[in-house]
Design a protein around this ligand. Structure first.
Ligand SMILES: [Zn+2]
Length: 311
């Protein structure tokens, strides 16, 4: 039997790293909420405004993956030096999402021009969209193009809750720090998405610009808590959607095995994982043994589409 040595891109949660392999009664499959963290936060930037680029070196130094929902006809996309900076943003591991081409027209073409631009310019696929002005009339178009979409009304998203994946909640960064939003995610064990349009000092009229130092202090605070998963909308959103899917599967019992089969939604990103526990037994995917991670979980490949527990 080949051992499947998984190295997912999920960050390591806080806590001990030498937990023993569960050796109780086989069964009781559970998905860890938020990859083993208490809560989750995503920082998103809309409109590809100049001050996002002006502050990019400092943003990158914060050491967190972020999502940039770009409007592809903005002037900030065009000059060669700025195009190179957007390419660097992609290479640095941040997400580029779709915020349409012209920010005005609710149409398939307006979305697809932006996706084509991103794919052709940066060589990266596009998995998520943020609707200009939070306009939900984009949703039917989003459903055939992306696996997730962000709206603009605030609040927590909870594991296995009924939040519409095509209208994710989102909190616009106020003029003061957003620690209360991070604290809220932590206390209810939820996911909050924070939206910044730009920073003070920009020259292209960013909506409600935020003082950079206040923003950075908020990120430093969120990181300092140690149990908040800070990642892109697509990375956290894939985990959240997949947890719901696996949790809703009715397993098939056969002989001494239990098997869960699933189908991922259209446009779901490849190469994603869930972290699960069982009370005991041995987990396999495609006849490959899953290795226990001493941080307290097995990592399940979502692309595999199937998970088997041997009793
Ligand atoms: Zn916008």
């Amino acid at each position: 039997m080949v051992k499947l040595n998984i190295i997912s891109s999920l960050p390591i949660p806080p806590g001990v790293n030498n937990l023993p392999v569960p050796s109780g009664i086989p069964g009781n499959l559970k998905v860890l909420n938020w990859a083993g963290f208490t809560g989750a936060v995503s920082y998103t930037f809309d409109d590809s405004t100049s001050s996002q680029l002006d502050n990019y070196a400092e943003l990158q130094a914060l050491g967190i993956p972020m999502t940039f929902y770009i409007q592809t006809n903005r002037i900030t996309m065009k000059p060669v030096d700025l195009a190179a900076l957007w390419s660097k943003i992609v290479k640095d591991g941040h997400e580029i999402g779709n915020h349409t081409n012209d920010h005005t027209t609710v149409s398939a073409a307006n979305i697809d021009i932006a996706t084509d631009f991103i794919q052709n310019t940066f060589g990266t696929d596009v998995y998520s969209i943020a609707y200009p002005y939070g306009d939900t009339s984009y949703i039917p178009l989003a459903k055939t193009r992306f696996f997730i979409g962000r709206g603009v009304s605030g609040g927590n998203i909870l594991p296995n809750d009924s939040t519409d994946p095509y209208n994710l909640k989102c909190d616009i960064h106020s003029t003061s720090r957003m620690d209360f939003v991070v604290d809220s995610a932590r206390s209810v064990k939820g996911w909050r998405i924070i939206l910044v349009h730009g920073f003070t000092g920009g020259n292209d009229g960013a909506y409600q610009p935020v003082n950079y130092d206040q923003f950075a202090a908020g990120v430093v605070y969120a990181k300092s808590l140690g149990d908040i998963w800070i990642d892109t909308v697509t990375n956290i959103g894939a985990y959240w959607r997949a947890q719901k899917i696996l949790s809703s599967v009715t397993p098939v019992f056969s002989g001494n095995t239990t098997t869960w089969n699933w189908t991922l939604p259209d446009h779901f990103p490849p190469g994603k994982y869930l972290r699960v526990t069982v009370d005991g037994g041995t987990l396999y995917q495609n006849d490959k043994l899953l290795e226990w991670d001493g941080h307290g979980y097995y990592e399940v490949s979502l692309d595999a589409g199937s998970l088997t527990l041997a009793h």
